[in-house]
Design a protein around this ligand. Sequence first.
Ligand SMILES: *Cc1c(COP(=O)(O)O)cnc(C)c1O
Length: 430
Amino acid sequence: MKLYNIIDNSEQVSFIQATKKGLGSKQGLFFPMELPELNSDTIDSLLRMDFISRSCELILSYVGDEIVSNDLKNCVKKAFSFPVPIKYISNNISCVELFHGPTLAFKDFGGRFMAQVLSNIIDQDEKITILTATSGDTGAAISHAFHGMKNIRVVILYPKHKISTLQEKLFCTIGDNIETIAVESDFDTCQSLVKMAFNDIKLKKLISLNSANSINISRLLAQICYYFEAVSHFPKEIRNKLVVSVPSGNFGNLTAGFLAKSLGLPIKRFIAATNINDTIPRFLKSGIWNPKKTVSTISNAMDVSHPNNWSRIEEIFSRKSWKLKDLAYGSVRDEITNSSMYELAKLGYISEPHSTIAWHVLRNNLKNDEYGLFLSTAHPAKFQDIVEKATGKKIILPYALSKCSTLPTLSYSIRPKYKILRDFLLRQSK
Ligand SMILES: *Cc1c(COP(=O)(O)O)cnc(C)c1O
């Protein structure tokens, strides 16, 4: 698999290099040179396969022979070790639950697959540092996926007091090779600190930096797989009228959806659903790129106003000659998210804020002859207080959350200054 840097096209790398590097020069994202297309017979037979075998085929169609197919199969098997159920919501709407992994959000797919691939491709004596920013759920997925891996140091930045207590407990109580830093600012600042570290060539050499953000291509390839799994559950007559609504923040999830469609997966159209951090909805409406200051919401994992993966979506649209005007969108403010959680509960489905936003926009956008599917991206228990308040229903914590909820938080706290982060990174890893 060859990939090019979207900003500096002359930089070309293999899948393994792209996974190790994360981000290209000039902060450009890597994008596949070739976008494979499978014919409808192949798609049909893929949709009949089991999740693991199909996922291997899909990832192989991009990666090619860079990874031995048996090794890849092991990575996929270890990474995707949990179910992906479809839940019926109403007449013409269902959702696919992507939160049955160990950290209860869809980030487990990408995080766990990336960890498997990296541990497969780094040399015995190679030491690397994974530096990543999280708006809430990536931190947990990455920490759990890399915990205890030899020669890998993980440093995670998150916006202080801007993620839920349970989200924080899930990854800031682990210790060992996992270090967590609460930055006194918002997610976009955390993301830009990470980018500064990647631009710091000296530092990069000294500690062999890698990013596990959704900018890492291995995470996106993993995410293609659950779109296929979701569609495989529907009968053929529904497949061609499927409208998929994706709760979006950094837009990695939606990018993976478009990569799935570009492979030939029959999805009629997508909806980009955001909270009031609505850079993309406003851009799609007006054509003007005008990010505002990030605002804290109850769907904190989507509190992003500079969505990193957007350049990949533009790239795929231009490569496929698709039209951005066909991408539907909507943004939802907290008040409506809360009342929508209540409405969903009345329909018999307890959902958390992010997924609820996707449902709300989908319901308003769906046409009569269409069938709606929204992605349920996190377990409601991760947002226990908010969900209980909105729905009036008691949420029982799953074991993954209850066992860490009383452990001490081990995070460092820093002001949002690059020099402070740099010094921290250069300190001997424990
Ligand atoms: C990360 C996250 C999102 C947003 O996904 P992107 O790929 O960043 O657009 C939505 N919901 C939840 C629960 C998340 O953790």
